[in-house]
Design a protein around this ligand. Structure first.
Ligand code: DQA
Length: 147
């Protein structure tokens, strides 16, 4: 049987997690969050494929590469959340559940973070729960896939 791959995408500056604004984003590294997501996925028969990029086009390419190959997408687009319409459009062309995840709660932060251009093409958003959000996002994708 083919692996049921969920693409986990991490946007700009998330490679600095652990070091970057720990009071807002916590002190765990991105590697830690990815391994938590991987364990949660394995428990549900899913495989996580992770891509982090600081470049919008690379994230768009990764979303395209998921078409017809991955069963779902979990995305923390970082600051691209708030203005990257090319990521919105790429996600709109993906056939499968999409879950947006944020460590912080952008709605409780600066006004420019209150808009998400990803939210309209996501099944839902997990925000404000720190690293737990990655496990919650995996669970959401798994349950959406089970219908
Ligand atoms: C973030 C929230 C964004 O507003 C910010 O630009 C990030 C991280 C989060 O996970 O809380 O880079 O996506």
């Amino acid at each position: 049987m083919n692996d049921l791959i969920v693409l986990l995408l991490s946007g700009p500056n998330l490679n600095l997690l652990g070091d970057r604004d720990p009071l807002i984003y916590g002190s765990d590294t991105l590697t830690h969050h990815v391994s938590e997501a991987t364990i949660a996925a394995e428990e549900r028969g899913l495989v996580i494929e992770h891509v982090q990029s600081n470049h919008e086009g690379e994230l768009v390419d990764a979303i395209h590469s998921a078409r017809g190959r991955c069963v779902g997408i979990i995305i923390n687009p970082g600051a691209f959340t708030h203005y990257a319409w090319a990521i919105h459009d790429a996600l709109a062309a993906f056939d499968g559940p999409i879950v947006e995840v944020h460590l912080s709660n952008p709605a409780a932060r600066e006004p420019w973070r209150h808009t998400s251009v990803v939210a309209p093409v996501a099944a839902g958003t997990v925000a404000g729960f720190g690293g737990i959000g990655y496990r919650m996002a995996v669970r959401a994708v798994a349950e959406l896939l089970e219908g």
